[in-house]
Ligand binder design. Structure first.
Ligand SMILES: *[C@@H]1O[C@H](CO)[C@@H](O)[C@H](O)[C@H]1NC(C)=O
Ligand SMILES: *[C@@H]1O[C@H](CO)[C@@H](O)[C@H](O)[C@H]1NC(C)=O
Ligand SMILES: *[C@@H]1O[C@H](CO)[C@@H](O)[C@H](O)[C@H]1NC(C)=O
Ligand SMILES: *[C@@H]1O[C@H](CO)[C@@H](O)[C@H](O)[C@H]1NC(C)=O
Length: 213
């Protein structure tokens, strides 16, 4: 009997340890900055993002006027649940509406992520001098590639490396705050309404990452 109780306790303990380590966590609502580096260490984009983790909505506005030699000027409004991406040109009051075949993005761990390990950046031994984070791998359907995500222990996405056979991106999230500062940025602008979804070329998989190619 004693052995049975011990065994039960052990099974529960390992099951919860297992769950702790292997269940992908869910990111909170966030406002912050995103920088995107390409494979030749060029800065592809830098700007503000707003992510609604409940409704899986994102706005990212890259600002190429920043003194950082940024190559892309992007304004993206994405509805990951619906699989729709709006590429917005505010100056021009024009818009493209595209269908996403891949729902992968660097603001939340996908539910099929696999836990690899926990690490500390800086020092694990000196108070306030270390950042403990988890490393996850995520599948890349439609691509021959690899994707690795690092999250804080509270599930803030820190960085994402996305590698395909022809390209590489490094996404880095900074200065995150845990709320949505301006809910209006997650609303489709009037000049984007009523657009037809553009056709994706046959046999290609289009996703958020493709906007940084
Ligand atoms: C996240 O924001 C949405 C509104 O955009 C809200 O409905 C939801 O309750 C928020 N979630 C949390 C955990 O605050
Ligand atoms: C872009 O960056 C410039 C230079 O820092 C700044 O003056 C401007 O307000 C920024 N624009 C947006 C939309 O953030
Ligand atoms: C800016 O970026 C371009 C293209 O990536 C590169 O050719 C150029 O040398 C860069 N300039 C500076 C000052 O870094
Ligand atoms: C405005 O949008 C059109 C396409 O809709 C594009 O051809 C044109 O270059 C844009 N103009 C500016 C100034 O961005």
């Amino acid at each position: 009997m004693y052995t049975a109780v011990l065994l039960f306790a052990f099974v529960c303990w390992t099951a919860s340890a297992h769950a702790d380590h292997h269940q992908p966590c869910r990111s909170p609502n966030m406002t912050g900055s995103l920088s995107v580096m390409g494979g030749r260490a060029e800065t592809k984009a830098v700007g503000l993002f707003t992510y609604d983790s409940m409704n899986k909505k994102l706005r990212f506005q890259s600002n190429s006027s920043l003194p950082l030699n940024v190559t892309l000027d992007l304004d993206l409004l994405v509805f990951f649940e619906e699989g729709i991406l709006y590429k917005i040109d505010s100056k021009n009051q024009s818009c493209e509406k595209k269908a996403l075949q891949s729902r992968k993005h660097p603001f939340a761990l996908p539910s099929d992520a696999t836990f690899m390990t926990t690490m500390t950046s800086g020092s694990a031994f000196i108070e306030g001098e270390g950042l403990k984070f988890q490393i996850w791998t995520t599948p890349t359907p439609g691509f021959k590639g690899q994707s690795i995500m690092c999250t804080t222990m509270g599930c803030l996405p820190l960085s994402t490396i996305f590698v395909t056979d022809s390209s590489m991106f490094f996404f880095s999230n900074m200065n995150i705050e845990l709320d949505i500062k301006d809910p209006d940025v997650l609303v489709v602008p009037s000049f984007c309404q009523g657009l037809r979804v553009e056709d994706t070329p046959e046999g290609t998989v289009y996703g958020f990452f493709d906007e940084f190619l």
